[in-house]
Design a protein around this ligand. Structure first.
Ligand SMILES: [Zn+2]
Ligand SMILES: [Zn+2]
Length: 171
């Protein structure tokens, strides 16, 4: 979907949003500069900005030093483009819930959520994955160090796996 050219009102606080042109990605993001600080991304736009290495200088510039009004994040938002209720969806990162329009694909993020998604630390997940990879590849020495040559009985080993999987799921 092409960038929406009309001024749209914020789905959270109903103030007119400001279009911020993102040079690197060549898209405009609607930012609620005079209200709650929320951001509306058109279909597929968000994936251009959700990793920490991706450039969001223009957004960072316009929101810097501003204080935004508080909004109820649990409220159902109405897509400002299609006028249908948006659906709360986990972003898969940092437990952040975003509002998604299933009709046009627009995604609304409350103030601060973009930062949380971008800086989500998945080091723990990576470590657990590396351990599981190593175990499946039978490189146990790499994983267990000096314990590698000790006989591992099924029970502690099972506990080890359970702990690994548990840690992965709750992080
Ligand atoms: Zn707003
Ligand atoms: Zn929509």
């Amino acid at each position: 979907m092409a960038d929406n050219k009309d001024v749209i009102n914020c789905p959270a606080c109903d103030k007119p949003m400001t279009k911020v042109y993102m040079q690197g990605a060549d898209v405009s993001v609607d930012v609620c500069l005079d209200g709650c600080g929320g951001m509306l991304f058109d279909n597929r736009e968000l994936e251009k900005f959700d990793e920490e290495h991706e450039n969001i200088d223009e957004i960072a510039d316009v929101i810097q030093g501003k204080t935004f009004e508080h909004v109820n994040e649990a409220e159902v938002r109405i897509c400002p483009i299609c006028k249908v209720p948006m659906v709360k969806q986990g972003s898969g990162k940092a437990g952040v819930q975003i509002d998604v329009c299933n009709t046009c694909g627009a995604k609304f993020l409350d103030n601060g959520e973009l930062k949380k998604i971008r800086t989500f630390d998945d080091v723990s997940t990576n470590k657990a994955e590396a351990l599981i990879d190593a175990l499946y590849n039978k490189n146990l020495e790499d994983v267990l160090g000096e314990n590698a040559h000790k006989d591992i009985k099924p029970s502690p080993r099972r506990k080890f796996f359970e702990k690994l999987v548990y840690n992965r799921l709750i992080k």
